[in-house]
Design a binder for this molecule. Structure first.
Ligand code: PBG
Length: 323
């Protein structure tokens, strides 16, 4: 017999033992389900590039949220497709705006559910950029005022957390100050601190009808090649009062998730974005991969990299598998 003292396989023989020594745990409580609210009643329109994901009227948003909650998912993050768009994103901060209506619908239907509102302008601007545009430029400081107004109106509608995703400098500070001035000091900010300019957002832009009409988002979202800059972005958000940090996308950026986890003590979220979901779906539909297995493996690996919270279109399905 060979004299092997170290045999890692000893702990891999049975599921019970593997479970005992498992390091990262994926649980329904880690998951947040994104939902897309659109006007109307009884509307469920499937997004072509995201099978299983729908544009939903507020009543259907509430129904989908209830199903997620039933499966053990504690939170939703809401996006909106407004009736009409304009240069100043009026629909983003209208008291009867589509996200505001969806927030109220979820609140009514599932009072215990945590409601996160994505705070951005791109779904509401006619040009599809995340801020105010003048002379072909996305203006930073003018956009802050609109983002702050949007966050306050989301808080007024009942959001527990607001999640600024526009990548404007100073957005967390501007939103924190506006929330506090309006008496919403208890509303938390989940900052999209490290958001890369990514091709993986393609299907989302179909789902949210938010593709930029000209140019791209590289003048405000981060360059995929940069890691040190990610820590600088996260640090600024910590200083501006963020309560939760986020890295986005997730799977191609697990090194960034790990780096942010190691440097900062705040809770950390990772967004498993639309293109990451669509790739698994597409391969699974062709029978090339086992969807259930790849889904759970992917989400577990995001946890292993250091994320406390995972935002994923698979939230309800994964939660059901984990029960
Ligand atoms: C809004 C926003 C986007 C996503 C989340 N918030 C789109 C973008 O920046 O173009 C992408 C989410 C996804 O792809 O699932 N700015």
């Amino acid at each position: 017999m060979t004299n092997l003292i170290q045999r890692p396989r000893r702990l891999r023989q049975r599921e019970g033992v593997r479970a005992l020594v498992r390091e990262a745990r994926l649980a329904p409580e880690n998951l947040v389900l994104p939902l897309f609210a659109c006007p109307g009643e009884g509307v469920r329109r499937e997004v072509a590039s995201m099978p299983g994901v729908f544009n939903l009227s507020p009543d259907e948003v509430a129904r989908e949220a209830a199903a997620a909650f039933e499966a053990g998912v504690p939170a939703v993050i809401l996006f909106g497709l407004p009736e009409s768009k304009d240069e100043t994103a009026t629909g983003a901060y209208a008291s009867k705006g589509i996200v505001q209506e969806a927030i109220r619908a979820v609140r009514r239907a599932v009072p215990e559910m945590v409601v996160v509102a994505d705070t951005c302008l791109c779904e509401y601007t006619s040009h599809g950029h995340c801020g105010v545009v003048r002379g072909g430029e996305v203006l930073n400081d003018e956009s802050l005022e609109l983002l702050a107004r949007t966050a306050v109106s989301q808080a007024e509608a009942g959001a527990d957390l607001v999640a600024p995703s526009a990548m404007m400098d100073g957005q967390v500070g501007a939103i924190r100050e506006a929330l506090d001035d309006a008496g919403f000091e208890h509303v938390a900010v989940m900052a999209y601190s490290v958001k890369y300019a990514s091709g993986f957002y393609g299907p989302f832009r179909e789902a949210a009808d938010s593709a930029p009409a000209f140019g791209d988002r590289r003048a405000y979202q981060m360059d995929a090649a940069n890691a040190r800059e990610a820590l600088r972005e996260a640090e600024l958000d910590v200083m501006e009062g963020a309560d939760i940090l986020m890295v986005k996308p997730a799977t191609a950026y697990l090194d960034i998730v790990r780096a942010v986890r190691e440097r900062f003590d705040l809770p950390l979220a990772a967004y498993h974005v639309s293109g990451e979901y669509a790739m698994i779906k597409a391969a699974a539909q062709r029978g090339w991969i086992d969807e259930r297995r790849v889904m759970l493996e992917t989400l577990t690996c995001i946890r292993r990299a250091g994320a406390d919270i995972i935002i994923t279109y698979y939230a309800t399905e994964a939660a059901k598998q984990l029960k």
